[in-house]
Design a protein around this ligand. Structure first.
Ligand SMILES: NC(=O)c1ccc[n+]([C@@H]2O[C@H](COP(=O)([O-])OP(=O)(O)OC[C@H]3O[C@@H](n4cnc5c(N)ncnc54)[C@H](O)[C@@H]3O)[C@@H](O)[C@H]2O)c1
Ligand SMILES: C[C@@H](CO)CCC[C@@H](C)[C@H]1CC[C@H]2[C@@H]3[C@H](O)C=C4C[C@@H](O)CC[C@]4(C)[C@H]3CC[C@]12C
Length: 403
């Protein structure tokens, strides 16, 4: 557990913008031999993987994990609206990495990327609970983008599709009902009002309903959805925002949510590992895994959102003031509503999108934690990183962000 190698540098990546036709440009990376790759030369490298959203927070970890833990990988296609510079420093060993700048809302771009892929991990999406994007845009990217991915799989005969869903497909709901250490079968009234959870729920349904559809060549499509809770780890933008806010406030943050509210969190490396494992096992266990949902979990402790963040920000010199909320609940509700009003009033002039709004407050105030072993039972998932290792890596990253 937790003994993953450090990310190695070296190699080169040939990136290519999508041509209007279905062909993507690609390049063979030189093998620099780092010891990071799990590839066994004796095994045939035959598989082509496509990761949509592969340049995002989770996507980067999935790309790295695939390179280390999928010995059958021949080509890895990384599809994203914005290609990241780290792609050029990837050490891909003998694997061909194809970077594709594309938009999931454009069916022809998705088709070109999917053609010839054996497995698709679809995680491209707009993660927006702060009102940065319109509900129409969120729907277009998260739902119609997912529809395009499914249709491309059917068209080109790609049989295995793993979708990155979210805990928010279940809750917290608009009524603030607690979901206390629940699992995939726990009854819960899933009622969505916000565009982001609505879009994730619709997209997840599309993916699950597509399981069993006949793809080109006559075989069935096999799909599953993974539902992370709040992901943390290296690259987590919101953690960085809290750290900067703490520094601005004189190395302090103020408790505003009761410590008794539990919030589910999971380390990004473990979420990435779960994606890789699910993708690998879909083929062997299609009868069991096809059409299933799995919460992403590991041994991260159950804590409130703020107390959990302090596990990393504390060692970086930030302290949390108050054992109870320092602001009365009604005032926080008022501030959140005021932020929403300001956002609406200022919209014609500028984008005002603070962390606190009625929706994020409701999320932070509602217990939502999972306790399940379904992924372990269905495809043998065990977290790769212990809590201690996840914490150590995250602290090191937070320290480095302001360094
Ligand atoms: N971060 C979390 O806590 C969390 C929790 C549960 C589920 N998820 C899900 O995990 C996935 C990845 O989330 P993340 O936290 O890495 O977010 P992210 O924003 O860092 O990554 C999303 C990636 O998708 C890309 N993208 C956005 N629109 C696109 C488009 N139209 N076409 C192609 N690419 C596009 C972005 O450029 C980005 O690189 C999302 O589907 C999200 O809903 C995230
Ligand atoms: C009241 C504030 C004072 O400290 C705290 C606000 C915290 C919020 C910004 C975050 C509380 C819960 C977070 C969400 C949760 O972890 C799960 C998510 C699911 C995922 O699909 C996307 C990210 C997120 C919505 C995440 C976003 C930030 C919070 C709302």
């Amino acid at each position: 557990m937790g003994q993953e190698e450090e990310q190695a540098e070296g190699g080169r990546c040939v990136t290519g913008r999508l041509a209007p036709s279905r062909q993507v440009s690609s390049g063979q990376l030189g093998h620099t031999g780092t010891g990071c790759s799990m590839a066994d030369p004796a095994q045939t490298q035959e598989l082509v993987y496509l990761v949509t959203g592969g340049c995002g927070f989770l996507g980067e970890h999935v790309v790295q994990m695939l390179l280390r833990r999928e010995p059958r990988l021949r080509e890895l296609r990384v599809f994203d609206l914005h290609l990241s510079p780290w792609l050029e420093k990837l050490d891909a060993g003998p694997v061909r990495v194809t970077a594709i700048q594309g938009d999931v809302t454009q069916a022809h771009e998705v088709e070109a990327a999917v053609a010839g892929a054996h497995v698709v991990i679809h995680m491209a999406g707009l993660v927006d609970v702060f009102g940065r994007a319109s509900s129409e845009t969120i729907h277009m990217v998260n739902v119609e983008g997912t529809r395009n991915v499914i249709e491309a799989c059917v068209r080109w005969g790609t049989r295995f599709l793993v979708y990155t869903s979210s805990m928010e497909v279940v809750g917290p709901n608009t009524k603030g009902h607690p979901f206390y250490r629940g699992n995939e079968d726990t009854p819960y009234e899933a009622v969505h009002a916000h565009p982001y959870p609505c879009s994730k729920a619709l997209a997840e349904r599309l993916v699950l309903e597509a399981n069993g559809r006949e793809v080109r060549g006559g075989l069935p499509l096999v799909t599953c959805a993974l539902r992370p809770t709040g992901i943390y780890g290296e690259g987590h933008q919101i953690m960085r925002d809290f750290y900067r806010q703490g520094l601005r406030l004189g190395s302090r943050l103020f408790r505003v949510v009761p410590a008794s509210v539990e919030h589910g969190r999971v380390y990004v490396g473990n979420v990435a590992w779960m994606h890789v494992l699910a993708a690998q096992e879909l083929e062997r266990r299609e009868g069991l895994m096809g059409g299933q949902v799995y919460f992403c979990y590991d041994s991260s402790p159950y804590k409130s959102y703020e107390d959990f963040n302090m596990e990393f920000l504390g060692p970086c010199g930030v302290r949390l003031v108050g054992t109870r909320p320092v602001v009365p609940s009604w005032l926080l509700v008022l501030l959140a509503a005021l932020n929403a009003l300001l956002q609406w009033l200022l919209r014609p002039l500028l984008l005002y999108a603070p962390l606190l709004n009625p929706y994020t407050l409701a999320m932070a105030k509602t217990t939502f934690t999972v306790s399940t072993t379904k992924a372990q039972q269905h495809f043998g998932y065990e977290p790769l990183f212990s809590w201690e290792e996840s914490r150590r890596r995250t602290i090191r990253w937070v320290q480095a962000t302001e360094g």
